[in-house]
Design a binder for this molecule. Structure first.
Ligand code: C2O
Ligand code: CU
Ligand code: CU
Length: 543
């Protein structure tokens, strides 16, 4: 089925492999906003409440001591609206933090001064297909793309990032990702901690060379596993310390890493109070000993520091866990023949252990950030018992009740596939066509049915769907799931609205997802960005 136009096909032909920031030194390039060739036009009947220019360029920022690091930086400028809608996060590679209100109409004019094609996607937002940053809309250096959409989402912590064909991982790694925070009246009425007491924390891992430059390697092993950096950065900074006052805070955690999965917990054993997930606040707060966070996911915490003495330090850590949760016959499984446990040494499995190029092993125990109580402050420290109501989706209302759309996740030598298929533009298959305004029952099968053979690898896959947020109906585990599963299971938070769900080896996760309002192409893919770039991505055609 052909879905792209000639214009889009022309773009397809222009895709080229591009290195990361600094791989080649390009002269920095400045161009006045008006000089960019706009590939699409603002519509005359769209009256924006907020208008922002976002410029993508190369830049140098001080991340480590000594030499500056070459990055790809997005810088914004408010053309219309309150200047508070934008914080450029100057001095870091993070893209601007954008703050919108539900119901606002926004126009974002993205210009490209990078030595590569790129396009931005609004992760978690319900926007029209042609505003969603599908890779077919990538713009060249010297071009600009005009986004126009209304904020239809409820309050929540969303984000945006590059979504360029085949190079999403390197572009995000180079800096093309930022936060997009939505507020609404319902949320405001709760009087949760706000202002300085509402802190977004973007967690990422990076590797640097001896000259403080970002290192990104994507050899076959690093693509199969996903790239893992040696160093944790929070909001683009190493050894992150958050000074806090003696009162309650709202912490918005974002896993902006390419592939790293975290198991977050407070070092003193205080349970984590989760108030929000990908698609905003939960119905009521939940307590968890630890919180799993896969790439692309957001988790909001409420934390009360009012009982702590000045000078107290608290560490947010990632605790030990095992991703090797399946003992099927796959090569990563315990009984996987020559690749089996015998060779692994200790319990980390091959993906977390010997094959890892990072000194910071996936699933090992390490600190993420430190909190330092540094000031007395009186505040309202009561956590509301109920947050925002959530309309529960029901399986009986799905268009395909009793006949879920199954998406089989598989990884084998050199390939990462969805239902045995790899990403291709312009390649919609009959089972990928979904009627607009329908509710769909979808299941992600990561070796649940035990149908693994020979060269299959068991890996966790954070599955993300563009468009509207979904609800998780159930999580089933195969009879081949090992004891390792218990090292992650109670941190998987499945309530509320979600856009990215971690599917562990041996699991089948069923979701209900609405496909309302907008026709066109909406992607679904693994948010391990190396897997995505390897082809673990497809489009749904909503019509
Ligand atoms: Cu956050 Cu299609 O991605
Ligand atoms: Cu997305
Ligand atoms: Cu994956």
């Amino acid at each position: 089925m052909k879905t792209t136009t000639d214009l889009q096909r022309r773009k397809l032909l222009k895709y080229t492999a591009i290195g990361i920031a600094g791989a080649v030194t390009y002269p920095s390039w400045t161009q006045a906003a008006g000089e960019f060739v706009r590939v699409n036009k603002p519509s005359t009947d769209f009256l924006p409440d907020v208008e922002i220019e976002l410029a993508m360029n190369t830049a140098e920022v001080a991340i480590l001591k000594g030499e500056k690091t070459r990055v790809w930086k997005i810088t914004g400028k408010v053309i219309k609206g309150d200047s508070g809608v934008l914080d450029n996060n100057e001095g870091t590679y993070l893209a601007p933090t954008l703050r919108f209100k539900k119901g606002q109409k926004v126009r974002l004019i993205l210009s490209n001064s990078l030595p590569a094609q790129s396009i931005l996607h609004w992760h978690g937002l319900h926007v029209p297909a042609n505003m969603d940053g599908n890779p077919m809309y990538a713009i060249n250096r010297g071009e600009a793309f005009v986004y126009e959409f209304e904020i239809l989402n409820r309050a929540g912590t969303y984000f945006y990032h590059a979504h360029t064909h085949g190079v999403t991982a390197r572009q995000v790694y180079s800096g093309l990702a930022g936060l997009l925070i939505v507020s609404d009246d319902q949320e405001q009425a709760l009087h949760l901690p706000s202002g300085d007491h509402d802190v977004p924390l973007v967690i990422q891992d990076r590797s640097f060379d001896g000259q403080n430059q970002l290192v990104y390697s994507a050899n076959m092993m690093q693509r199969m596993q996903g790239f893992l950096g040696d160093q944790i950065l929070v909001n683009g900074r190493p050894d992150f310390v958050l000074p806090v006052a003696t009162r309650a805070y709202r912490l918005r955690l974002v896993n902006g890493s390419n592939s790293r999965i975290y198991k977050l917990a407070w070092n003193d054993g205080t349970p984590m109070t989760v108030i929000g997930v990908d698609g905003g606040l939960l119905e009521k707060p939940e307590q968890h000993a630890y919180v799993m966070m896969a790439p692309g996911q957001r988790r909001e915490l409420w934390v009360d520091f009012s009982k702590l003495e000045i000078g107290t330090e608290l560490t947010l850590r990632s605790l030990q866990f095992d991703i090797d949760t399946h003992s099927g016959m796959g090569m990563m499984g315990r009984r996987g023949g020559m690749m089996g446990h015998g060779m692994m040494g200790h319990g980390h499995g091959m993906m977390g252990g010997m094959m890892s190029a990072s000194s910071l092993t996936l699933g090992s125990d390490y600190p993420i950030l430190k909190i330092r109580v540094s000031q007395k402050e009186q505040g309202d420290n009561t956590l509301p018992k109920t947050l925002t109501p959530i309309t529960e989706l029901h399986t009986k209302n799905a268009a395909n009740t009793g006949n879920p759309k199954t998406i089989a996740l598989s990884m084998a030598h050199m390939s990462a596939l969805l239902n045995g298929r790899s990403y291709k533009m312009d390649d919609i298959q009959p089972d990928e066509i979904i009627p607009v305004n329908s509710l769909q029952l979808i299941e992600f099968d990561n070796g649940f049915d035990g149908g693994r053979h020979g060269m299959m690898m068991d890996m966790p896959h954070p599955m993300h769907l563009h468009g509207e947020q979904f609800q998780i109906v159930k999580r089933e585990v195969s009879s081949h799931v090992t004891d390792n599963y218990a090292s992650v299971s109670s941190g998987l938070i499945d309530s509320g609205w979600q856009d990215t769900v971690l599917v562990m080896p041996g699991e089948k996760v069923t979701i209900l997802k609405p496909f309302n309002d907008f026709k066109g192409l909406f992607m679904y893919h693994c948010h391990n960005l190396e897997h995505e770039d390897m082809g673990m991505m497809r489009d749904f055609l909503i019509k």
